[in-house]
Design a protein around this ligand. Sequence first.
Ligand SMILES: [Zn+2]
Ligand SMILES: [Zn+2]
Length: 501
Amino acid sequence: MNDDWRSHPEDFKLLAFTFDDGPDPGNTPSVTAKVADIFAEHNGSATFFLIGKYLEQNGGAEVAKYALSKGSELASHSYSHLDSATMAELSEEEFTKEIDGNNQLIEELTGYTPRFYRGGGYARNARIYERLEKLNMPAVGALISLGSDYSGGTATVESIVDNILGAELLDGTIIGGHSTNKKYVTPDALEIILPELYKQGYRFCTLSELFEYKGADYDTAPIHCHITRVETTEDGSPEVHTKWRTYLDSWKTHPEDYKLLAFTFDDGPSPAKDNRMVELFAKYKGSATMFVTGTSCKNYGYESLQNAINNGWDIGNHSMSHADAYTGSQKDGTYTELTYDELKYQIADFNALLEANLTMPDGVTPYEVSLYRPPQIRTTETMFDVCIEEDMPIIWALRDTYDWSSKYTDEMRYDNMKAGIGTWKDGDIILGHITKDITYNILADLLDDFYDAGYRFCSVTELMEYKGIERSDISGKLNNVDGNKGMVTNIANAATYGKAE
Ligand SMILES: [Zn+2]
Ligand SMILES: [Zn+2]
């Protein structure tokens, strides 16, 4: 097979196959070498994420150099394939050996300088990302995988073929696999997969080639959120897709150095407005919290909420139908409260509904709703009881955007927010509404200034984690501090609130 597709790659759909855990000097023949051969036979190439300690073994460097000679690319899979928790605990010296040291080792033994990183088992934490940022080395994920084709894994030739040929493979997709399975299921499956995909107009390239052919800039590629796909969009500009992991971004390795603000936005979902707000906070490697209602979920679905979670946001409960806990005036006694059963429906049933429709960013782990904000900030003793049963802190705010108040002009709202720079305190919770354009506009203008003044933005539960506060510490009714009506208004202070009798 011979064609010069590389002189006009824009005419083809490109796939970047990546193979982890090699080289495999113990296998005869080497799976890594066989895989590299198969790609070369199909006028293509692939990327091998190498483990340094195997590269050092007798014959390891030869296998890697062989793959290189076949046009494939070498990348780093760390020196010894440690998981996230172990990587976090290593001494500085050991940690450096895993990342910087593995780059140097690959370079010494093969003459090739690796440009991409993937942790062992996709290990990821803030420490790893911080180091990768220093090295300007993007972490690479995969949009789709061959299945369990690692050494000792359960994948068969059939399962791998089904996974890949049965999937919708978008142009520019990065595919994850392994080059170490002693049953040779990976190369055997590729012998079936590659000719078929080739016929369908796909071509196979390395990660570096994918960047080049799509016109994407390696030097400014996102580093800490696992690249999964590189495409050229309809208007001709390149787009690098990632699995967001903003929760693990680098300022979060030392949150104690910043003043942390928890912005909260009520009354969503409102998809377009949710998405633009998430995007805005992502610019600052930050996130916030959305309090949503069942009524809006029914109207607008859950997609924008899932996107928020994937970007490190909290989704909190703002009741099933935006129901006031009481109507009338508590002062003169002429009011009606929601009953226990009604509150169970408003709070517990809505939790269950949200949880049935949302997952953690991995797409698998169930999402747990853990925060409640009562509509109109109306609380009753029965509500406190229900929230204790549900282990839910009731979140109010110490700061306000006043986007709900007709007494405020937009100019006053702007001035109020601007005055917060330097005066709002670490741990403050801020009230806003996702539905109000003015709040987005003011934040789009002022978040830069907040950031420069040493503030960082995170979700309420994240802030609780940084401050060492458990849900049960602050769920239900708290002692009334600073007019907080029994609710949480600042997370840094929350530990001192104490439970009401
Ligand atoms: Zn691996
Ligand atoms: Zn509301």
